[in-house]
Design a binder for this molecule. Sequence first.
Ligand code: PSU
Ligand code: MN
Length: 310
Amino acid sequence: MNQAYLKHVLYIKPEVKEALAAGKPVVALESTIISHGMPYPENVATAREVESIIRREGAVPATIAILNGVIKVGLTDDELEYLGQAQNVVKVSRRDFPIVIANKQNGATTVAATMICAALAGIAVFVTGGIGGVHRGAQETFDISADLTELGQTSVAVVCAGAKSILDLGLTLEHLETLGVPVIGYGTEELPAFYTRSSGFNVDYRMDTPEDVAAAIHHKWNLGLNGGLVIANPIPAEDQLDKQFIDGIIESALKHAAERGIKGKETTPYLLSEIKRLTEGTSLAANIQLIYNNARVGANIAKAYALLQK
Ligand code: PSU
Ligand code: MN
């Protein structure tokens, strides 16, 4: 990586830069969830509240996106509002960086892309809603999210509510195992399935405190075992959706995607918007609550990890 070059394309917000230099806890946040995962104005309101929760817990939030070809680590309030309304935002994963930067476009970063930017900035902990994974039928389509490959190589801990069962969760866990990515259930032995606390699949390890998770992160990276960790934090019980209800909706969304021939990077955004449409907003409410919950947990993991680095 070329440090002199990086100065032109990576802008770290002063508040974030100062926190990192002082060894204070910082939490990275993604932006695909803002531009492709939720409708306006809920997207901006949620992004703001997630940042406030992280501050209240004693860490500094850094929402990451690409604006006019510049990677921004930490958005201002105006930038957040702009991103939430903009129509011309490219969904950016690892492969898209060079083009979006060369074209000076706006880009919303996926889990994979946010991990890359967080690692460039020196941020260890990243909070999101759900990660991408191995899609159902990937045996035929090869549709496996670049999020998994990134988790295999980029050293950032990702706090999420598991993954939606638009994916094949069993194959997703198998692939993460192959890539050497620990999947830690936060207060649970089961992989949460985003809208529901249970999925029927067990995780590798259960941990119950931010300190335990921080220790695992610390040991992994100090051993030279580069790559991410998945901290799977279940949606609060009072916010979860009925499993049969949401499973039925997901089946319909998958059917509609197949009928329309949706492929590639459009698949996940299409499925997310279909789920939202078919649930008439109840999925959005659950989605918002689980992110808030992840923000609380992620901020506390970042605090515990920062203490370990002193
Ligand atoms: N899953 C969700 N919500 C999301 C995404 C996934 O429940 O918003 C977004 C994330 O940004 C994730 C991306 O990184 O979709 C994965 O897209 P793909 O499957 O195309 O790799
Ligand atoms: Mn895909």
